[in-house]
Design a protein around this ligand. Sequence first.
Ligand SMILES: [Zn+2]
Length: 133
Amino acid sequence: MKRYRAKCCDILHDFKDEKAICPSCANNIITQTEGRLVIYRKAMYMSCNQKFEVFLNGEPFGDLVCKQEVTYCLPYGIYTLHFKCGETIKCKDITIELTPEKPEVDILTRVKMKFWKNVIVIEECDKEDFTDL
Ligand SMILES: [Zn+2]
């Protein structure tokens, strides 16, 4: 289940393909930015299936379910990535940078079960790691 998401005219748009036209300004939302942050949420056996709320630099950017791949189309820059899942699961935020030399960053995330508390793990990876057990 692949999705593209990008902001245009201050609205977060969510699309299935790359032919994504902003209803307000008629620009192609996907191709007007060059940076790509691709996030895959791995499904874990017997783990939490609650939605993740996605935050980039503190701003809400939609949500993420298990086995979902979302490509965020963003301007080059530095982004701190945070996921929220209920009130009790902690998230180890990471900061990534999108540059002309490295326009795409691939991220794998999952809920790691711990005996006393679950945590959301976010890791930089290669796209071939976007698989489930
Ligand atoms: Zn627009």
